[in-house]
Design a protein. Structure first.
Length: 325
């Protein structure tokens, strides 16, 4: 089974899904074999077991279609098997704006709504109109934005694992309204040395930041951020501030978002890994695998971090990748 974490992983059965018909066939095959159907994209956000008892579908349904929605908005319908970053570049080339800050996020389009991908102040949910899914019985449904129940790195699709995403409907803008609030974005743009920046410059700046800070899975196998940033109460944030001194905090939906990377760093985990599994020094939220073949060993390392953060700070860290067993 493909996975960017670089572990050996086999499934009972499976296949590549290039059309909705092939998906329906695979659903039937899984049902008849009494196996769960698990659909993956590039395997960039999973921790697979060495032997997973499941039917694995590798999502590759292609297609991107655009339709003018109003004077300054265009609807983009994109199939789940398209590469996310290729979609960002497709939109950029056509003057459709909104996704610039989400450049270079790994994975396929179908995975994007599941965890409501976000980076540098932009969330997928900001642009979603609807998501098409097929349920276990093969019935097609279109969920509007509200029905997707998007929140921080979360959606209804994390709970409704019987739904397979087939298409995403986005509404993008023909006017470029850059979001530059995150640290490093303005300075990365300045480093490009252009007097008046365009959307392509912002995409290049985001790509430069990510390349500098995040490990390339082809050289340093990893599954991206291993933990979700915790959202806590104001009281908890105050307690942590008095415990730790300085602390990054951001208001999110009437609560406080903390940086999981900062907590992991303050607990000393940058230097507490082994030769084979450790946190990435420039971004300790990412766990890199330098030689483990078993996902279980990587998970044990992640559980140790979770336990330590809970004990030191009474903050619970949720795993971001899906763990397949
Ligand atoms: P950073 O600048 O070190 O900041 C740490 C955390 O603080 C980030 O995760 C971010 O939360 C939050 N943050 C920073 N500035 C903020 C602001 N102005 N308003 C609200 N929240 C703010 O972060 P980083 O690790 O370099 O990451 C930068 C961006 O890349 C983040 O958006 C992050 O989600 C994304 N990223 C994604 C992955 C991945 O594997 N999927 C890995 C690394 C980074 P948010 O995460 O909510 O934005």
């Amino acid at each position: 089974m493909p996975n960017t974490l670089g572990v050996q992983a086999q499934a009972t059965t499976g296949g590549v899904i290039r059309s909705v018909e092939q998906l329906t066939k695979l659903q039937l095959q899984a049902l008849e074999s009494d196996l769960p159907l698990i659909v993956i994209g590039d395997g960039s956000n999973i921790v697979p077991a060495n032997q997973t008892r499941a039917c694995i579908g590798v999502m590759r349904i292609p297609g991107i279609y655009t339709r003018k929605a109003s004077a300054d908005a265009v609807c983009v319908e994109v199939a789940a098997g398209e590469s996310w970053h290729a979609l960002v570049l497709f939109c950029l080339a056509r003057g459709l704006h909104g996704l610039e800050n989400l450049a270079l996020i790994p994975g396929r389009v179908g995975a994007a709504p599941i965890q409501n991908i976000g980076a540098y102040g932009v969330e997928l949910a900001d642009y979603v109109q609807a998501v098409d899914v097929i349920d276990r019985e093969g019935s097609h449904h279109r969920l509007n934005r509200d029905e997707c129940e998007f929140s921080y790195r979360d959606s209804v699709f994390k709970r409704r694992t019987d739904l397979v995403v087939t298409h995403l409907h986005l509404e993008l803008c023909t006017e470029f309204r850059p979001i530059l609030d995150y640290p490093g974005v303005r300075s990365a743009l300045e480093q490009l040395g252009v007097a008046q920046f365009k959307a392509a410059d912002l995409v290049n700046a985001i790509m430069a930041i990510r390349r500098e800070k995040l490990p390339d899975p082809l050289r340093e196998p990893n599954a991206g951020s291993f933990f979700v940033n915790p959202i806590v109460s104001f009281d908890t944030a105050d307690r942590l501030r008095s415990q730790l001194g300085d602390l990054q905090t951001y208001t999110y939906d009437g609560r406080v978002k903390l940086s999981a990377a900062e907590l992991i760093d303050k607990a000393g985990w940058k230097s507490r890994g082994s030769k084979k599994v450790s946190c990435w020094p420039q971004q300790p939220l990412v766990i890199v695998n330098r030689g483990e073949t078993e996902a279980e060993k990587i998970l044990q390392f992640a559980y140790q971090i979770q336990e330590d953060i809970q004990q030191r700070f009474q903050v619970s860290l949720e795993l971001e990748p899906s763990v397949l067993s």
